[in-house]
Design a protein around this ligand. Structure first.
Ligand code: MN
Length: 228
């Protein structure tokens, strides 16, 4: 589409094994979905209702790309996460029907300006400046569920400069993918193209310019980005 003043580029991700691209609508994220990460952030590891925040589709960075260290932060941190890509949606999706809406899965990084997020938490203000900035959503190509099914366990890990820094297992997710989709759809109309970052295991920490970040989720894929 050509606009009168300018035209917008549709955010998209490659699809593994095809020449096609997956057009991205919204990016939802789940907070505190692994008990060990909740504890390291100073919170209760008990199963509380999941909570959500959003990033912007144009915050995506492709696999192999560069993450530009953002302004106004001295504590930018990595959070490796399983990403769910929806091929359909709706309101009030039942848990037992939720996986029917999943197109596939990817490996994502919920990059966070932790100092700004912490300040917003203290002030009871929204998290946008800590979470939804330029480049804050590196994400791998999407692997279709038609080829890998719906992974419920498997190692999720991140190496920073070749050293293991985050490691967990998808089985440790407090809220499982069908439950996340069902709960999220009570608040938002989910549609094809929505992505959901499903929370990070323990081991979050700061990045510095020059770092390489290499994430892997068994059976799903891998993601590499360089911090510049
Ligand atoms: Mn996160």
């Amino acid at each position: 589409m050509v606009g009168a003043i300018h035209s917008l580029q549709q955010a998209s991700l490659p699809i593994v094994g095809t020449p096609d691209f997956f057009p991205v609508h919204r990016i939802y994220c789940v907070g505190r979905n692994y008990a060990a990460h909740a504890v390291e952030m100073g919170h209760n590891p008990d199963r509380e209702a999941p909570f959500f925040f959003q990033k912007n589709p144009d915050n995506l960075v492709s696999d192999g790309g560069e993450f530009l260290y953002p302004a106004l932060s001295n504590d930018v941190q990595h959070e490796i996460e399983l990403v769910v890509a929806l091929q359909s949606g709706g309101f009030e999706i039942a848990t037992d029907a939720a996986l029917d809406h999943v197109f596939g899965y990817a490996v994502g990084l919920d990059m966070t300006r932790r100092d700004l997020q912490g300040e917003m938490k203290r002030q009871g203000r929204p998290w946008e400046i800590g979470k939804a900035f330029e480049g804050s959503a590196p994400c791998s190509a999407i692997t279709p569920a038609s080829s890998i099914g719906h992974p419920q366990d498997g190692v999720i890990s991140l190496q920073r400069n070749g050293a293991l820094c985050q490691s967990g297992d998808l089985a440790q997710m407090i809220w499982k993918v069908p439950e996340i989709i069902s709960e999220l759809s009570r608040y938002f109309l989910l549609v094809p193209g929505d992505l959901i970052f499903t929370g990070t295991p323990a081991g979050v920490g700061p990045v510095l310019s020059g770092d390489t970040l290499d994430g892997v989720i068994d059976g799903v894929g891998s993601l590499s980005v360089t911090v510049v």
